[in-house]
Ligand binder design. Structure first.
Ligand SMILES: [Zn+2]
Ligand SMILES: [Zn+2]
Ligand SMILES: [Zn+2]
Length: 479
């Protein structure tokens, strides 16, 4: 019986693996394989299971072959099966998935996908992605490798834009198989088709012209400047809906876009009961594109800043974000950069690690041109975040995003931070205005503009507002 007793735990169940000094059970072997330790013999960080007197040492120190070594590559990291490591297993499965039957080789265009996944920091995740019953992404990849499906953005345009397809598409883009694309704009295309599908042909054609020449152009410009957010996307759709609504109203009055009069436009406004705003871009566009120059929209007043969060509320939120360990790191950091430095979430999520400078004593963040020293606690949060960020499937591809997103090559979405802040009762947009108000009262406008990266005009407007007595301001708002 003695030779069936695990040297490690003393158990007799599944004590199958033989070591020079006796058997080890499956559970102990697995535990030791997953938990590398510093070898007391040589100091290397490896799985230890060999007895040398009272010490447990590595295979080299014991002068023998490691039972933990992969039978293919000989490495002890990334345990997966009993004999082979996760990386070797993944290499085989990917080779199988990506081989082009015409050549017997991995499809030429898909080689970057192969190298990216095999080289990733956590091959286990890749194996999971290719699990026995492969999901949508791997299945599509196989069809691409076999030449059954074209490797192009067009392929994805003809497929539903869901998680699995977006993920694969982002992966192919991140590794350079497909050129860069903007998912929010891509999703607009089918949406425009659908939304105009039931309209009379002439109206549909006009709306599509408006959508392509005005709305999408606007979105592309925003995307080019890296500031295309969900808010802008939602507003873009609303502009198209309002345009459709306006045309429908005109139709009931026996008119169309070209024949509408100013009087009809005013009746339309009464009918909707809504003030003219940026939602009515269609009417401005009708004028600009000379389809109907009779229609005039009164100048849309610029929104004056209004502060709805008090300083007490803002500092209470700051305290919460500094100390609440139940919140995720990126939510706390994102929230604090908004609440302390008035950074919009859309800019925070697109930050690069190169904007941070970390020393033993300090952490500096450059929002615009000048590095700003981070206060205590926030500096620790950023330090820890930099150490732990991006331990995901594709971390081997250093994108440089401070907040890498779930999809390869992309940063986190604003919504990922916003929704979690709102869930804790912190409204980032409202708080940011309070922060601007607070900062503008303390810092000269031109300095503020340079420090946090807002326009000088904007900074001056906030300074003007902050210069007014706070109590008078509250009183004014009450009216
Ligand atoms: Zn054991
Ligand atoms: Zn050793
Ligand atoms: Zn291996």
């Amino acid at each position: 019986m003695k030779d069936r007793v695990c040297f490690d735990c003393g158990g007799t169940r599944y004590a199958h693996t033989r070591l020079p000094h006796g058997p080890i059970c499956t559970a102990c072997r697995r535990r030791r394989h997953y938990h590398h330790e510093s070898c007391p013999g040589c100091g290397a960080i490896r799985p230890l299971a060999y007895l040398a007197g009272a010490l447990v040492v590595c295979a080299s120190c014991a002068g023998t072959e490691s039972i933990f070594a992969c039978s293919t590559c000989g490495r002890e990291d990334h345990p997966y099966g009993a004999k082979r490591c996760a990386r070797c297993t993944l290499r085989d499965r990917l080779t199988d998935l990506l081989t082009d039957p015409a050549t017997g080789q991995i499809h030429t265009r898909l080689q970057p996908v192969f190298h990216e996944l095999v080289g990733s920091e956590r091959p286990q995740s890749g194996i999971w992605w290719l699990r026995k019953k492969p999901g949508t992404g791997p299945r599509l990849l196989r069809q691409m490798a076999r030449g059954d499906v074209e490797i192009s953005h067009q392929t994805f345009r003809n497929l539903p834009s869901d998680r699995a397809h977006d993920y694969l598409r982002s992966l192919l883009t991140a590794v350079g198989v497909l050129p860069p694309f903007e998912i929010r704009i891509e999703r607009m295309l089918p949406w425009i088709e659908q939304t105009t599908a039931d309209l009379p042909a002439e109206q549909a054609a006009l709306i599509q012209r408006f959508a392509h020449w005005h709305v999408l152009r606007h979105m592309r410009r925003a995307a080019g400047q890296g500031r295309l957010t969900q808010t802008i996307t939602d507003a873009s759709r609303r502009r198209i809906r309002v345009a459709i609504d306006f045309l429908a109203f005109l139709e009931t009055c026996g008119a169309d876009a070209a024949t509408a009069t100013q009087e009809l436009l005013e009746r339309y406004q009464e009918h909707t009961g809504r003030a003219f705003s940026h939602e009515h871009a269609f009417i401005v566009w009708l004028r600009d594109s000379r389809i109907n120059t009779r229609l005039v929209i009164p100048a849309i007043p610029r929104l004056t800043p209004a502060v709805t969060v008090s300083e007490e509320q803002r500092w209470a939120a700051v305290e919460r974000l500094l100390h609440d360990d139940n919140l995720r790191h990126y939510v706390r950091i994102g929230g604090l950069l908004t609440l302390l430095f008035a950074q919009p979430l859309s800019r925070i999520v697109a930050m690069r690690t190169s904007q941070t400078t970390v020393t033993d004593q300090t952490v500096h963040v450059t929002f615009n041109t000048t590095p700003v020293q981070m206060p205590p606690l926030l500096d620790d949060l950023i330090r820890q975040h930099l150490q732990h960020r991006g331990k995901s499937l594709y971390a081997s591809r250093e994108t440089g995003w401070l907040f890498p997103g779930g999809n390869p090559g992309r940063h986190l979405s604003t919504e990922a931070i916003r929704s979690q802040l709102v869930a804790t009762g912190i409204k980032p947009y409202e708080n940011r205005k309070a922060t601007l108000f607070g900062l503008a009262g303390d810092i000269p406008a031109p300095v503020l503009a340079d420090l946090i990266g807002i326009t000088h005009k904007n900074a001056a407007a906030w300074a003007g507002l902050a210069a007014r007595d706070w109590t008078t301001y509250i009183a004014q708002r009450a009216h």
